[in-house]
Write a protein that binds this ligand. Structure first.
Ligand code: ZN
Ligand code: ZN
Length: 177
């Protein structure tokens, strides 16, 4: 199979973790990982050499890649809000492409054992919801200042536990002074 990034380079079987073999490119250092192999590995091994340094500097190709197996376009999936990195997946062949350093990045984020989940709609939706929440929090924190925002957050937490939550909200809206 050819590397989806480098013309004329083939993917060679390489052990990226003890017991986990992927097809790696010697030029761009990317790896194509079969999710079938991955599932087999994660059930039996899941012992990884965790990198200890700062968050890995990983490449992240922005262009659309063609699956080395079936030539169809691969889909990009966000990993999480901690990183802008996206992992390419051929949904037909169940083959995931990691740019150089992206596998290490997953290990550092403790996501290396959650791979198929990342490719689900639920995971992707969660990332969007969390990003939206972070955005709202930042907006109100900037508006109110850290102390008052903290107070508001505490009040919101209390409010969420109240059986008469909706009545309290109505009271706050309607009470004039
Ligand atoms: Zn390559
Ligand atoms: Zn494919």
């Amino acid at each position: 199979m050819n590397c989806p990034q480098c013309k004329g380079y083939t993917l060679e079987p390489t052990e990226i973790e003890p017991g986990l073999v992927a097809g790696s490119c010697c030029k761009c250092k990317g790896s194509l990982l079969s999710l079938m192999n991955y599932r087999f590995w994660v059930d039996r091994y899941d012992t990884v050499n965790k990198p200890t340094q700062e968050l890995a500097v990983a490449q992240d190709n922005q262009k659309a890649l063609s699956c080395p197996k079936c030539s169809r376009l691969m889909t990009k999936f966000k990993v999480g809000n901690e990183t802008p990195h996206r992992i390419d997946l051929c949904t037909g062949c169940d083959e995931a492409w990691f740019d150089e350093g992206e596998w290490s990045l997953l290990k550092q984020l403790d996501l290396h054992d959650k791979l198929p989940k990342i490719f689900t709609e639920a995971w992707q939706r969660n990332i969007r919801v969390k990003r939206q929440q972070d955005f709202v929090n930042q907006k109100y924190q900037a508006l109110l200042g850290a102390d008052d925002f903290e107070r508001l957050a505490t009040f919101k937490k209390w409010l969420d536990e109240q059986p008469h939550k909706e009545d309290i909200k109505q009271y706050l809206i309607n009470k004039q002074n």
